[in-house]
Design a protein around this ligand. Sequence first.
Ligand code: NAD
Length: 387
Amino acid sequence: MSEKITFTPISYTGWDSLSHLIEEVNRFNVKKILVITDPFLKDIGLTNKVVEPLENAGYSTEVYTDVVPEPPLAIGEKLVAYTRDNEFDMVIGIGGGSALDLTKLAGVLASHEGNVADYLNLTGTKQITKKGLPTILIPTTSGTGSEVTNISVLSLETTKDVVTHDYLLADVAIVDPALTISLPPKVTAATGVDALTHAVEAYISKNASPISDALALQAVRLISNAIRTAVSNGEDKQARTDMSYGSYLAGLAFFNAGVAGVHALAYPIGGQFHIAHGDSNAVLLPYVMGYIRQSCEKRMKDIYDAMGFSSANISQEEASYKCVAELKRLVEDVNIPSTLKGFNVTEEALESLTNDAIEQKRILARSPMPLGKDDIYTIYKAAFDGI
Ligand code: NAD
């Protein structure tokens, strides 16, 4: 079997890698740049770390801040219209996955006609056919891996959907852990477990390959070793650096191998209860992995080892049980509620969450254990009750 592997874009990683911004912008023949960010990041001066060097280098910049976490479709429509109307010749996103996903969308749909809704994966009718504006992505969370994927996630009324095409891939990613120092503990935890979930799901995915395996296991090693310190002491340079590399590697892993059951069940929770993407993944991770454990015991043993434990003297089955327990402990240690109740999800909603999750067929198809409606309801119920 052959496979397609995508290691795009050109990337700069590591402390102070943002210093490469201008040399990269200079490679493109551009003058007028739209910088897309969220209002909080502008207020705390993070956005200026991009805008100031651009202006000093003679570029004309405009800062667009109409970005909210887990952006709804309407925010995407507004930004795309604005980008088309103002004829920018480059987009730069600085922020978490929300700002980066919107930047990719604006970049590619600037060169297309119609609404964003026309290009949604589940319900859209139009195809992306050409590359858009040159795009640079600069993450300020260590979580989504959006800087290396071809997906833009949008919130709909009761669930989420994506616009996806390789033309959404950025031209350049700058993954500088220094930009994550200001992340508060709660966001560090949620985004960090999001990245861990990407790595775990890529590793157990039916589409996993030796290449995505290498990326995923190294991401598990870095993230599980660093996340507790990054949450408790956000100033710790090494922990921030490891989280930054971990989320980048996890992004590349899941972009190539895909995510599976955790994400399929998390999307409806995000859509119906407006819970941050990282939190919805985190609360479900131990329950989904506990449910599908038998279908991927060997892989869970590997994850257990990558988390820093040793399966040398125990059976594969025991290691897989311990892996689930350690994932649960990690989520609890970074103070994320460990039940759906803890996020005020109601028991009555479990039925409609199940109905929405079952629609995520493309994602569910990658689960090593087939997950039907009854399975999904059972997992939600276990996560609701915390058993
Ligand atoms: P986010 O972008 O929504 O940001 C969360 C909060 O953190 C915001 O309030 C933001 O202002 C704040 N923040 C960000 N960086 C900060 C910093 N350095 N210091 C202080 N505060 C900071 O969070 P996210 O989890 O990075 O992104 C979530 C979005 O990404 C969701 O819409 C999710 O569906 C999407 N997503 C996309 C992909 C992909 O491949 N494209 C993958 C996973 C998730």
